[in-house]
Design a protein around this ligand. Structure first.
Ligand SMILES: Cc1ncc(COP(=O)(O)O)c(C=O)c1O
Length: 411
């Protein structure tokens, strides 16, 4: 890998978060800018999972359920609660973001029985809209109202809206919603606000309770580094917890699962959002991955994230026009999440050529190249190397190689 100029090396030297990189097991020589999709393995996680398998499962067997496994959805929830401005009562971990969204949307609709509209965005992450569609098919009589990309969802609110369902940071563009303003606008018309925090948890300072959010869900395998398919979190505001009911009324969300009673009675607090048996191996990995966050200052994370994306945008600006590239991520800090997306007609082939040069980002159809910045382990040198490699792929026309013409199954 090429040596960066002194000015870039100086940014890394002055970076207060730089020592955290050593807490991650990053493959040697790789510039990894896809932690917004799958976070890097934190050190200590493999050992923890090995302990869960060898000690707790192999030796402890069934006794390990009573020895702590049963509480993992709430104890891991409490560790996440600190990062999202929630109380430990309000958060549980289990299932996927898609499933938790189903539970939250259904719970919210049930709290507004006289209303029939789910208001969301056309360019939401697809699963969010698929879940709304599936739920409205199941229930019948609901309308999903889509706001076009760039339009203000608050302007589409009316007194027929039961739920405003938004993603805090857009997965394509990284555009950020003002959560407090949107939630207040939803409440003003009597609607509830459900937030998908997948691209903001661990990337931006978040205060769900300050924003007045009613429900929230989010992935833990991105910025929280919980591992592939790590279980998602689910938040419901304290003020709703006594009355709220979710439809996946499995035994783990029951008040007393081991009473084996005939009828469902919801557990207190957010535990009622659990459904079936917790995913212990994944929760073990996630709980170990979360340990490094106890010392992290989210304001410092945000400051570095913006500095990284500013640097990247500035470097790409130098050759963007010449190669027909358009940076679609907002340039204003308050409107930008922690990734940068660039529109390029042959983006998929470019990302494959870039990967061959040891720079990993991803591609979102039809034409977006996406680069994620994870301040705990991304360096300014990484950013410089990625921008230089990108420029080289265009200048050398490396992406023209027919090896890159075929779309991969997973992009
Ligand atoms: C914004 C957003 N929501 C939801 C999901 C999907 O979550 P899951 O596959 O855990 O259901 C993703 C996945 O990348 C996402 O980016």
């Amino acid at each position: 890998m090429t040596t960066p100029p002194d000015a870039i090396a100086a940014l890394d030297e002055a970076d207060p978060l730089a020592p955290m990189r050593a807490l991650f097991d990053l493959p040697e020589g790789l510039v990894y800018l896809d932690g917004n999709s799958l976070g890097v393995l934190p050190r200590g996680v493999s050992e923890r999972v090995a302990r869960v398998i060898n000690d707790e499962w192999r030796q402890g067997l069934i006794s390990s359920w009573g020895g702590g496994w049963i509480d993992l959805p709430t104890s891991v929830g409490a560790a996440i609660a600190r990062l999202i401005g929630a109380t430990s009562e309000e958060v549980v971990v289990g299932d996927s973001t898609s499933v938790n969204l189903f539970k939250c949307l259904a719970a919210a609709l049930r709290l507004r029985p006289e209303r029939r509209v789910i208001l969301t965005e056309a360019d939401n992450f697809p699963t969010d809209n698929y879940i709304s569609q599936g739920l409205s098919d199941l229930l019948g009589g609901y309308q999903i109202r889509y706001v076009a990309a760039g339009d203000d969802p608050a302007a589409a609110l009316g007194d027929d809206v039961a739920v405003l369902s938004l993603t805090h940071v857009n997965y394509r563009t990284a555009a950020v919603h003002d959560m407090q303003r949107m939630t207040a606008a939803a409440h003003d018309v009597g609607a509830l606000a459900v937030w998908d925090m997948s691209h903001s948890t661990g990337a931006l300072p978040i205060d769900l309770n300050l924003a007045g959010a009613d429900f929230a869900v989010g992935c833990t395998y991105k910025y929280l580094n919980g591992g592939p398919g790590a279980p998602a979190f689910c938040f419901a505001a304290q003020s709703l917890l006594d009355e709220v009911r979710q439809p996946l009324s499995g035994w783990m969300g029951h008040m007393d699962p081991f009473a084996f009673g005939p009828d469902y009675e919801p557990a207190p607090a957010a535990r009622r959002f659990l459904c079936g048996t917790p995913q212990i191996l994944s929760l073990g990995a996630l709980s170990a991955a979360l340990e490094l966050w106890t010392e992290v200052d989210m304001v410092a994370v945000r400051r570095k994230s913006l500095a990284l994306s500013d640097l990247f945008i500035g470097l790409v600006d130098e050759f963007a026009e010449e190669h027909g590239l358009e940076i679609v991520t907002p340039r204003q800090h308050e409107q930008r999440g922690s990734h940068v997306s660039i529109r390029a007609a042959n983006g998929h082939a470019v990302m494959r050529a870039l990967a061959e040069r040891g720079v990993i980002g991803d591609f979102r159809a039809p034409d977006l190249m996406r680069f994620g910045f994870t301040p705990l382990y991304t360096s300014f040198t990484d950013i410089w190397r990625a921008a230089m490699a990108l420029r080289d792929v265009f200048e050398s026309r490396a992406w023209h190689d027919e090896r890159f013409a075929q779309r991969l199954r997973v992009t």
